[in-house]
Design a protein around this ligand. Sequence first.
Ligand code: NDP
Ligand code: 8X3
Length: 250
Amino acid sequence: MKTALITGATSGIGKSTAIALAKHNINLIICGRRTERLQELQKELSNTVKVYTLSFDVRNKEEVFEKIESLPEEFQQIDILVNNAGNAHGLDPIQTGSIEDWDAMIDINVKGLLYVSKAVMPKMIAQKSGHIINIGSIAGKEVYPNGNVYCASKHAVDAINKGMQIDLNQHGIKVGAIHPGLVETEFSNVRFKGDDKRADGVYKGFDPLTPEDIADLVSFVVTRPYHVNIADLVVFPTAQASSTIIKKSL
Ligand code: NDP
Ligand code: 8X3
């Protein structure tokens, strides 16, 4: 049986991915800061697969390495890493954006992804196998008004994904990214700092992607034969053609 470590498994895409991978009999290491949510998910999935919870903030590099090193023997072999933890913080013109928001996005979406990967890659190299899936975004492929630093963080994820593909190639490790368009999760609630009305408005008037749609793709990607690597995948809801072109009924 394989083991997957999923960051950001307390909500949205990460949580749905944990549920989907359990259906494929993949043991799970589920990560996030909200311990109670991790424990609830562990309870829900433990009848099917072995589930271990690791609660840490991806910004805290000491904690990232300590927690991943502390995994019990049966979870030491990580076959699949889903680098999913991340969020947008704010949606402001660059000239009035908040430095705290910029720090959060660079520290979580970029540096956090690097820390977790740095803790896991040596295990995969020693095993001579492994699969890293980086959750990017359409924001990593284009820049939209007021998206500035979030888009920069996701362009960095796109570049890191390509860099990992190149540098881990000689070690036989699979690396690929999934770049979704609009997915209805807690993403906009976080972006708009708890203004749930504004967050709900983002997904009104069209059928957005669901976190289960992305989890389905992760399942597809991880169940391909070892010689097949899905390197880069962009997925939109049908109503979306780009970051700014969305067919709404309102
Ligand atoms: P959610 O807000 O629903 O989930 C975000 C997850 O990231 C949570 O589990 C959260 O866990 C975790 N997380 C956030 N900050 C930290 C941190 N500092 N340390 C550890 N974990 C953290 O959003 P989504 O599911 O939508 O987002 C998941 C990924 O998908 C992100 O990388 C996002 O950029 C990307 N994405 C989302 C899209 C969308 O439209 N929703 C589209 C394209 C990409 P906790 O708070 O418990 O720590
Ligand atoms: C999330 C999608 O368009 O809000 O990455 O940036 S978007």
